[in-house]
Design a protein around this ligand. Structure first.
Ligand SMILES: Cc1cc2nc3c(=O)[nH]c(=O)nc-3n(C[C@H](O)[C@H](O)[C@H](O)COP(=O)(O)OP(=O)(O)OC[C@H]3O[C@@H](n4cnc5c(N)ncnc54)[C@H](O)[C@@H]3O)c2cc1C
Length: 422
């Protein structure tokens, strides 16, 4: 069975690893990058807490001792399902089974001006670009010619009060508290403003009410101004216009307000639903196809427990990859009747706001945790989930160093890799 997997994120990587060394299955894994990205810690790369290599793992290393998985770095261009083949930048490939695991990208909801001038954080490269911008911004603040320019450089607006926006604004507030005044003693950081703008009435709206309330409380204590029921309408690179009519001057608008699926060309438009996700059945098979599957963030599956689709989380993606591997193994072994329907067992959700500040919701037994204990749980879970012993060790040492010194030392401005100010 020739299986092509497009995308080496949480879903595609889990599937390929589960199919490794499986007799009768030959896997071609494709990704536009040669590394797997651990997205939950992007915000720490963006705020100079971790090195990009700590959260990005070379795919080839994972499959060094595996003979039935080949890997190609290329972008999928189109699926020609009638001919069971895909077109990529480096040529065409035929499949018996195709698995789409292309994940999601930032959704700017069609606002091109915002797209051009703001900073998203959906890849390691974008997290690094944001880090460079933050550092460059303060270098320029030192030589600002007017008070208006200085204030625009000392103001950060984060859009989207989900986990990404909350974690990012909390981390920037901690930089303001512990690091930036030491690095830039000539600047008055009492003037630095950090705003978190959220369209709904609360932060972390997908979590419990207690988590929402607590996250807002933690952010406020760190000096972040949380503006709920407010939407960013426009941004031209300096002026942000809010739905309330208020305008703000900032050189740093961080866009964490939504994602949309990376749907490849060749998928029937009638199968693409809200959020640009592809409709699949309980086995992750794309509706109406015989041998095309979609897993992870890109897949939209309705179940009695999740009638509006699953949340776009790493754990859902990993488990869909695992389940599909079991089903493909059954197929290749002639046990097609043993196929398992996918069922997601939520083990809990969590988000961190800063040092000793996090929230955790556990569904069974129903439990909410906050503060230091939640923060320790958050760190432990992330250390366990990250790929590679070296990465785990380095992240642990980095966090320990930061905990005791209140500092990180990754604030390098390597200009060759960075496009200065848009
Ligand atoms: C900042 C941030 C923080 C997050 N925090 C959490 C968290 O704390 N907990 C949690 O559970 N979830 C979190 N998530 C969500 C989680 O990362 C996603 O649910 C998960 O990555 C989905 O896995 P996936 O395999 O479907 O897609 P991805 O991990 O996005 O992988 C998709 C892969 O496909 C590749 N690809 C895309 N298009 C093409 C193409 N045309 N050709 C070739 N390759 C392609 C990409 O390069 C990528 O490697 C976070 C996400 C972000 C952005």
């Amino acid at each position: 069975m020739r299986v092509i997997i497009i995308g080496c994120g949480f879903a595609g990587l889990r599937l390929a690893r589960s199919l490794a060394k499986q007799e009768g299955i030959d896997v071609l894994l494709i990704d536009k990058n040669n590394y797997h990205q651990f997205q939950p810690l992007f915000y720490q790369v963006a705020t100079a807490g971790l090195d990009a290599s700590n959260i990005s793992f070379p795919v080839r290393k994972v499959f060094q001792k595996v003979n039935n998985v080949r890997f190609r770095v290329t972008s999928l261009q189109q699926i020609i399902s009638a001919e069971n083949k895909i077109i990529t930048d480096i040529g065409d490939f035929s499949y018996d089974v195709l698995v789409i695991a292309t994940g999601a990208t930032t959704n700017f909801f069609g606002n091109e001006k915002i797209q051009q001038s703001s900073f998203p954080m959906k890849s390691t490269a974008e997290a690094l670009a944001l880090r460079h911008h933050i550092i460059e911004n303060f270098e320029r603040a030192l030589i600002a010619k007017t008070d208006e320019e200085l204030q625009a450089r000392m103001t950060v607006v984060v859009v989207g009060g989900g986990p990404t926006g909350v974690e990012l604004s909390g981390a920037i507030a901690e930089m303001r508290k512990y690091i930036l005044p030491k690095d830039y003693p000539e600047l008055d950081f009492s003037k630095m403003k950090i705003l978190l703008v959220e369209g709904s009435s609360e932060t972390l709206g997908a979590m419990s009410e207690k988590s929402s309330e607590q996250s807002c409380k933690y952010l406020t204590a760190l000096g972040v101004t949380v503006k709920t029921k407010t939407v960013v309408k426009d941004y031209d690179g300096t002026t942000v216009t809010l739905s309330t009519g208020e305008t703000l001057q900032t050189k740093t608008l961080l866009w964490a307000a939504g994602v949309k699926g990376n749907v490849p060309e060749g998928i029937d438009a009638s199968l693409i639903v809200k959020g640009n996700r592809i409709k699949v059945d309980r086995y992750n098979k794309v509706i109406g196809t015989e041998n095309i599957y979609a897993i992870g963030d890109i897949a939209y599956m309705e179940t009695p427990k999740y009638p509006h689709g699953h949340p776009q989380l790493a754990n859902v993606a990993i488990n869909q990859g695992k389940n599909l591997a079991v089903n493909l193994k059954h197929q290749v072994n002639g046990n097609k009747h043993l196929q398992n329907e996918f069922e997601y067992h939520d083990k809990g959700t969590m988000a961190t706001v800063g040092r000793n500040l996090a929230v955790v919701d556990i569904p069974k037994p129903k439990l909410h945790l906050g503060g230091w204990i939640a923060w320790v749980i958050w760190m432990s879970v992330h250390i366990v989930l990250i790929l590679g012993v070296k990465n785990r060790l380095q992240i642990f040492i980095n966090w320990l160093y930061k905990y005791f010194t209140y500092d990180q030392n990754l604030r390098l401005l390597i200009r060759g890799s960075y496009q200065p100010e848009k």
